[in-house]
Design a protein around this ligand. Structure first.
Ligand code: GTP
Ligand code: MG
Length: 338
C-alpha cells in the first residue's frame, strides 16, 4: 500500500496533530513517520497531549513510530518525549537526523529570533550547518543509540510488504523556504508533500493520499503577512484566543484564505483535505460527527470551500475530514461517502 501524507495548508498550526492522531487511531497504520521540521513545530494531538519531536500518531499504541532523516532533532527533547509517552519499545530515529547543539540555539537567539521572529530552538542554524557539512548527525550521538535505525529502508521494506504508512508533515505551505511571497518570514525547508517524502527517503510514486489540513480560519504566530486579518474585536467576539504551541506567543487571525488554500492544494497535489476548528468559528457545531447535523451556516461554509477547491485541482476528491473539537472523536469522516 502507498504511504499517506498529512501536510499543513496555511501557516502551520492548522491542527495537523489532531488529524494525524485521528487517522492513526482510525486507520491503524503499521508505521507513523514524522517528517521534516524540528522541535520548533509543536502538535497538539488531543487535549493535554503535545509533542514536538515524536510522531503525533503515538496515540495508537500498536503503530511503530519513526523520526525521518529530514527531521532536525534536539536529543534532550526527543528523549524527554519518548519517556513522557512511554514509547521506548516502538520508536526509531534515523541515523541521519541533523542534531541541534547549544551553539545553534545561541546563534538563533542572536539572529533569526530578532530578525524574523523565529522560535529559538536552533533548528535553522542546525540545518545551515548540515548544508555546510558541519552538523552532527544522530548516528554519532551515544544517547540515541538504542533507537537508531534506517527509516528509509524500514519504510521502503514496509511499502514492499503492503504495510500501512502514515507520514506527518509539519508547519504549512505558507511557511516554505521556497515561497517567494512570504520570504524571509518562512521556515528552513520546503513544506510540501514532496519534501516530506524526500525527508523520509521515499520517492513520489510511493505516495497515496495527500491530506491538506486547513483551519476554518487562518492563524499565524510570529511575523509575516496575513491577509483578511481580523480585528482584535472580531477574535474576542468569537472567543478565539490561541498561543503558539512551542513559542507561547499569541497568534494572529484572519478569514479562511482561499487564495492560499488553492496554492497549497495545487503545490501539494492534495487529494483530500481536512478542515479543523469549525466549531470555534460557528456556534452549535461542537463535537458533531455527521455532516447533516452541522448548522446550515457551517455546512454552507464547508461546501463553498469544497466547490472552490474542486475547481483548482484534478487530484482533489473533497473535504473528507471535518474537525469539530479537540479530541479524536470530535470529527466528521466523509471518506466512505466520497
Ligand atoms: P499543528 O501544528 O497543525 O499540529 O497544530 P497545533 O496543535 O500546533 O495548533 P492548533 O492551534 O491547531 O491546536 C491548538 C488547539 O486546538 C489544541 O488544543 C487542539 O487540541 C485544538 N484543536 C484542534 N482541532 C480542533 C477543533 O477542530 N476544534 C477545537 N475546538 N479545537 C481543536
Ligand atoms: Mg503546531
Amino acid at each position: 500500500m502507498k504511504a499517506n501524507v498529512v501536510v499543513g495548508g496555511f501557516y502551520g498550526d492548522e491542527g495537523k496533530g489532531k488529524i494525524v492522531g485521528y487517522l492513526a487511531l482510525k486507520d491503524n497504520p503499521d508505521y507513523v513517520v514524522r517528517a521534516g521540521g524540528g522541535p520548533q513545530a509543536g502538535h497538539t494531538v488531543t487535549e493535554g497531549k503535545k509533542v514536538t519531536q515524536i510522531p503525533s500518531g503515538f496515540v495508537n499504541s500498536s503503530s511503530r513510530l519513526l523520526i525521518a532523516r529530514g527531521t532536525v532533532i534536539n536529543p534532550e527533547i526527543v528523549l524527554r518525549e519518548i519517556e513522557e509517552y512511554g514509547v521506548e519499545d516502538r520508536i526509531g530515529i534515523d541515523f541521519g537526523c541533523t542534531i541541534i547543539q547549544r551553539k545553534h540555539r545561541i546563534e538563533e537567539k542572536g539572529d533569526l529570533v530578532k530578525r524574523i521572529g523565529s522560535v529559538g530552538t536552533g533548528t535553522g542554524p542546525a540545518r545551515k550547518d548540515r548544508i555546510l557539512r558541519k552538523a552532527k548527525i544522530a548516528k554519532r550521538i551515544e544517547l540515541l543509540r538504542p533507537y537508531l535505525t534506517d527509516v528509509a529502508q524500514e519504510i521502503n521494506d514496509a511499502l514492499k510488504s503492503d504495510k500501512r504508512i502514515l507520514i506527518e508533515g509539519v508547519q504549512g505551505y505558507g511557511l516554505s523556504l521556497l515561497n517567494y511571497e512570504f520570504y524571509p518570514n518562512v521556515t528552513s525547508q520546503d513544506t510540501t508533500a514532496s519534501q516530506f517524502a524526500a525527508d523520509v527517503g521515499i520517492g513520489p510514486k510511493a505516495i497515496g493520499e495527500i491530506f491538506v489540513v486547513y483551519k476554518a480560519y487562518v492563524s499565524r504566530v510570529g511575523r509575516g503577512p496575513l491577509r483578511y486579518k481580523w480585528t482584535k474585536r472580531k477574535a474576542q467576539k468569537l472567543g478565539i484566543q490561541e498561543q503558539g504551541t512551542v513559542s507561547r506567543r499569541p497568534r494572529r487571525f484572519g478569514d479562511f484564505d482561499k487564495e492560499l488554500a488553492a496554492k497549497s492544494l495545487i503545490g501539494n497535489t492534495g487529494t483530500q483535505s481536512a478542515i479543523t476548528c469549525l466549531d470555534r468559528l460557528f456556534d452549535g457545531n461542537a463535537s458533531i460527527r455527521e455532516f447533516s447535523k452541522l448548522t446550515t451556516e457551517a455546512r454552507n461554509f464547508t461546501r463553498d470551500i469544497e466547490v472552490f477547491l474542486t475547481k483548482q485541482s484534478p487530484y482533489f476528491k473533497g473535504i473528507t475530514l471535518i474537525s469539530t473539537g479537540p479530541n479524536s472523536e470530535d470529527i466528521i469522516d466523509r471518506r466512505q461517502v466520497l
